[in-house]
Design a protein around this ligand. Sequence first.
Ligand SMILES: Cc1cc2nc3c(=O)[nH]c(=O)nc-3n(C[C@H](O)[C@H](O)[C@H](O)COP(=O)(O)OP(=O)(O)OC[C@H]3O[C@@H](n4cnc5c(N)ncnc54)[C@H](O)[C@@H]3O)c2cc1C
Length: 470
Amino acid sequence: MRSRQRPAASPQRSAISHQRSAIGILGGGLAGLALAALLAHRGHRVTVYERDRAGGKLRRVEVGGLAFDTGPSLFTLPEVWRAFLAHLGEPADPLELRPLPGGLGLHHTPFGTVPLPVPPGHPLHAAWGEYAAPARALSPHLTTLLTTPPRLSDPAFRQGGAALFRATGGHLTALGWVRSRRLPPALAHAVATHALNAGLAPGDAPALYALLPALVAGDVSRPAAGMGALLDTLLALGRARGVRVEEGAEVVRVDPARAALTLRGGEERRHDLLVSALDPARLSALLGRPVRSPVSRRTVSGVALYAALPGESGLPATSVLPPADFGTFRGAMRAGALPPDTLALVHADGSRLAVLLTAPATGRDLGPDHPWVRAQVGRVERTLGVPGLLASARDVAALTPAHYAAGGHPGGAIYGLALPAWRGGPLHPQPYRVHPRFWQVGTGVHPGAGIPAILGGALIVDRLLAERPS
Ligand SMILES: Cc1cc2nc3c(=O)[nH]c(=O)nc-3n(C[C@H](O)[C@H](O)[C@H](O)COP(=O)(O)OP(=O)(O)OC[C@H]3O[C@@H](n4cnc5c(N)ncnc54)[C@H](O)[C@@H]3O)c2cc1C
């Protein structure tokens, strides 16, 4: 099936860009599958080894006879997805992305309710316009920043980096930037909440995260057939290029120098090159290195409740309940303690309801009956004016920090280990190359890695591998 034309490469480029190499990818989450399709498109023979089912944090579960897609629920920065398709020479977007009603949703802050984006006619609309102004100049550079190796020799990267520096005004953290803007308290609280998209409290997240609502709110979408369509599409794009995905194939040891891996059961597989799309702490264990992951340095985990309701909830598509106090929240996460009130995201779609509660990454199995979970659900129901909504569900399934720990970072930290704010944005080179024959990609290597950063990271690694000196 690998009959596609390969992109032209410059004459001094490496063996890997000219020859058909055998490449093994560890981990069949979105990152591993995205990179597999890109490398196979260059003509390489790619095998993906996945310990469980392909999809990683994005998977389908059935609850009360309804299909739910777990993990990512908001598709943002679709330009990065389009850049990914363009690299594969795909003329049409199979996802049919549809705008989500209400964008990033209604934010129930302690200072009032704020929809993001703030629509015309709303009392905070003018303040929203002022807040969003610095993002307008950054917006055209964002795809470049997310998809280009960070090199000062690259003029496009230099321009993007300068635009990012101007937009963030030299502030290091999201909280510092928000405070400097002197926004009305409700808007400041809603905006700062989005630093938590990096799995970090606003005082720890890079300033770029405070600009995210302005950068993404106008184009929040979901594939017409649900987020699971992204997984289906990545698998189909890979399959069409000859990618082999082995499910139930857990890698238990890696030898980078020989580009060899050992599967559970003892079978050894050798390749010309290996790429890890695993959490870096899991990779350390496979390399026989110590795993350093103090709870205080982990990004957050979560409890995801998927409920099949007896009828439509009548709730908006997305509601966001930030913690009342980010300082208390940050302290609890760092101590591995359960915060009095946590960030809760609620997605409603007909009789489907998803409630995502941010929790510390301690690997606990916090099910729906745990007192803290019940208390947080109670807060959600009171705030949204739907008492007893979850208790009325026909069926509820829960994914807990224990679940996220099983295939990811210790404790179930969704975005791996927290990086210092100065390393967390797209300006800093990440450790893509572990060894000349062993590379890495995925959430733990791309700070705050939601779908755009994962796809962008796959594009960056694909390009660096193609440029690799022989
Ligand atoms: C509740 C939740 C909500 C989210 N919401 C959003 C959102 O709205 N928008 C957004 O953009 N992003 C969101 N994200 C983030 C996004 O889903 C993840 O960052 C992304 O799916 C991670 O992809 P990945 O491939 O890097 O990692 P993973 O999905 O963790 O994939 C790693 C894979 O490696 C496998 N593996 C582990 N060890 C081994 C081994 N030894 N051998 C073989 N295979 C192994 C695992 O089973 C797994 O399949 C959300 C995540 C969660 C959990």
